[in-house]
Ligand binder design. Structure first.
Ligand code: SLL
Length: 205
């Protein structure tokens, strides 16, 4: 084992958030929205190689507000009427890593108040983050290192169609495509200017 591996800091990218559907005509006073609070892999990959359980704490107005999930999908779906701040506690498959607690506001309404409520477009309030493991124990370290080179199984969830895959690779591809488009446009504009300059020179010369 190399010295670098012994002192390894390993990062696991995660995405957490909430997605809320307005119920429209099916809404009543206590149930205006159906929402889901979740933590997931950025590309919907299964995170159970490092996460042992996720504990979601909801507003006390919900029956049994503390919900514990030991298997993915790590999500809780409820019907409700109000926005509130929930807690997501992530527990890890290692004895020395303390749970990470993330507060998260379940948003039901679009930020832009001029936007009409619609049952078609859910309100997604989602964040990308990274869990850092410093010198993880051998079994966890091995699974973390393995996850870098071996594709992880993915998790099926009804929400998948509404939640995009978040990946650096896609961003890099999009940016390099944009860059080559801009370069192409610059070149053709330069050529156009050169042609016009030549025409002007002919007409005036
Ligand atoms: C508010 N801070 O006062 C918020 C609290 C609580 C939302 C929102 C319960 C639903 C149910 C529910 O939606 N609670 O009891 O079925 O506006």
């Amino acid at each position: 084992m190399s010295a670098i591996e012994e002192n390894a800091t390993l990062h696991v990218p995660i995405v957490y958030g909430s997605i809320a559907f307005w119920l429209g005509r099916k809404a009543d006073d206590m149930h205006t929205h159906k929402w889901t609070l979740y933590i997931r892999g950025p590309q919907h990959e299964n995170l159970n190689y490092c996460i042992s359980k996720v504990v979601f704490t909801l507003h006390p107005s919900f029956a049994e507000p503390v919900r514990e999930l030991r298997e993915p999908p790590f999500e809780v779906t409820e019907f409700g009427w109000g926005e509130f701040e929930a807690q997501i506690a992530i527990h890890f498959k290692s004895s020395d890593d303390k749970p990470v607690v993330i507060p998260h506001v379940i948003k039901l309404y679009p930020g832009d108040t001029r936007q009409q409520l619609t049952t078609r477009k859910p309100v997604v309030n989602e964040f990308y983050d990274e869990i850092t493991f410093t010198n993880p124990e051998a079994p966890l370290r091995e699974s973390l290192l393995r996850s870098r080179t071996h594709p992880l199984p993915s998790v099926e969830s009804e929400l998948r169609e509404h939640l995009t895959s978040v990946s650096d690779a896609e961003d890099v591809q999009r940016l390099s495509f944009a860059q080559s488009y801009v370069t192409g446009q610059l070149e053709s504009t330069r050529a156009h200017i050169a042609r016009l300059d030549a025409e002007i020179a002919q007409l005036t010369g």
